[in-house]
Design a protein. Structure first.
Length: 343
C-alpha cells in the first residue's frame, strides 16, 4: 500500500532563504504531493530526469538576488525567462519559449467602492517534469491553489498551469460580478439626489475595469500561436483544454465588455440629467431677469430727478405705477412661458 505523504511545508533553513524558494512540491500520480526543501528539490529533479509519473513545482521569491542563479544552475531554466521578467510586458499571456511554455498571470485586489487597487504579477516557466513560478509580491492565485493541492490530482506540469489560468479567470469573473452589483446600486439611486457623485463613481469604475481588462485578459495572438504550434512534449488533451479555456475566458470578457458599455450608457444618462437640470436652472434665472426688467426700467426713469416726471402731482401716482409695473411684468411672463410651451 502506498504511503500518503503529508502536505506540510517544512520550515525553510538558511539555504531556503538564500535561494528564494517559497514552495517546493513533487507530484506523483495517485499520491499527495510532497513538500520539498531546497536540497530535496535538487535531488528530486536529478532523480526524476527519466521518470514520467512525477513533476516538480517550485515557487520562488524574485526579491532574493540568488533565486534566478539558483534556478538556472540546478534546473536549467532559460535565461530568456528572466529577461522577460525584467524587460517584458506584464499583460497576461501564455506563449512558447524555445521548448518550454512561458506564462504571465496577474492578480488584483479589487473593491468597487474604493479608488485604489493592488496588483501582483506571476511569471511561470513550464516544461516536461518542471513548473517554476516566480513573483516579486505575494500572489493570491498561488496561495489559493496551494491550499487546494490535496484535493487535486495533478498529473503533469501543464495541468498545474491550467489550474493557475483557471484561478485568474475566476478573479476576473469575480470582478465582473462585484462590479455588476455595484452598478445595480448606482442605477437604482440614479434618480436620487446624488447625480454628481454617481457620475464620478461610474467614471472611476469604468477606468478601473478597462485597466483590469488590459491586465488580466490573455493576449489572443500568443495563445493562438501556442495552440497551433505546441511543443512536442505537450499532450494533445492539454491543447484542447487551452482551447476550452480560451472560450471560457472569451465569455467572461464579453460580460466585461457588456458591463463597460452599460456603465457608459449610465454615464450618458447622468450627463443628460445634469444638462436638463442646468437648463431648468438657466430658464429660472432668465424668467426672474425678465420679470424684474419692467421694475428696473421704471425705477431708473423715476429716479432721474428731472423735471416733467409724470404722476408726480397725482395723489394716486404710486398705486398707478405699481399697477403699470404689474401689467408689464405679467405680459413679459406670458411671452416667456408661451415660448417655453412645446409645439
Amino acid at each position: 500500500m502506498t504511503q500518503r505523504l503529508p502536505l506540510v511545508r517544512q520550515k525553510p533553513d538558511f539555504s531556503d532563504d538564500v535561494s528564494g524558494l517559497i514552495y517546493g512540491y513533487q507530484f506523483f500520480n495517485g499520491r499527495e504531493p510532497q513538500s520539498l526543501t531546497v536540497q530535496q528539490s535538487c535531488e528530486a529533479w536529478n532523480s526524476q530526469s527519466s521518470a514520467e509519473d512525477s513533476f516538480l513545482w517550485l515557487h520562488v521569491n524574485l526579491n532574493h538576488a540568488a533565486a534566478a542563479r539558483w534556478l538556472q544552475t540546478h534546473f536549467a531554466v532559460d535565461e530568456e525567462f528572466f529577461d522577460e521578467i525584467q524587460h517584458g510586458s506584464h499583460s497576461t499571456r501564455i506563449e512558447r519559449q524555445n521548448d518550454a511554455l512561458m506564462a504571465v498571470l496577474n492578480d488584483v485586489i479589487f473593491d468597487a467602492r474604493e479608488s485604489g487597487e493592488e496588483t501582483a504579477t506571476l511569471w511561470i516557466w513550464c516544461r516536461a517534469g518542471l513548473v517554476v513560478s516566480a513573483r516579486f509580491k505575494p500572489v493570491r492565485l498561488v496561495e489559493r491553489l496551494q491550499q487546494k493541492l490535496i484535493a487535486m490530482d495533478l498529473r503533469s506540469p501543464t495541468e498545474l498551469l491550467a489550474q493557475l489560468l483557471a484561478e485568474q479567470e475566476d478573479v476576473l469573473g469575480l470582478i465582473v460580478r462585484q462590479s455588476n452589483q455595484y452598478v445595480d446600486q448606482i442605477e437604482e439611486r440614479l434618480l436620487g439626489q446624488h447625480i454628481k457623485s454617481n457620475r464620478a463613481e461610474l467614471g472611476r469604475l469604468r477606468r478601473t475595469l478597462l485597466r483590469f481588462q488590459r491586465l488580466l485578459a490573455p493576449e489572443p495572438a500568443a495563445l493562438f500561436r501556442l495552440i497551433n504550434r505546441p511543443p512536442g512534449w505537450l499532450n494533445p488533451s492539454v491543447v484542447q483544454d487551452l482551447r476550452q479555456f480560451t472560450e471560457e475566458f472569451t465569455v467572461v470578457l464579453n460580460d466585461l465588455n457588456g458591463l463597460t458599455e452599460r456603465i457608459r450608457l449610465l454615464q450618458e444618462e447622468v450627463a443628460a440629467q445634469q444638462l436638463e437640470q442646468s437648463n431648468r436652472t438657466l430658464f429660472t434665472l432668465t424668467l426672474i431677469t425678465v420679470l424684474a426688467l419692467p421694475i428696473n426700467l421704471v425705477a431708473g426713469f423715476f429716479g432721474m430727478n428731472v423735471g416733467g416726471i409724470p404722476l408726480s402731482g397725482n395723489p394716486h401716482g404710486f398705486v398707478l405705477l405699481v399697477m403699470l409695473v404689474m401689467v408689464f411684468s405679467c405680459a413679459a411672463a406670458w411671452l416667456v412661458l408661451r415660448r417655453r410651451e412645446p409645439r
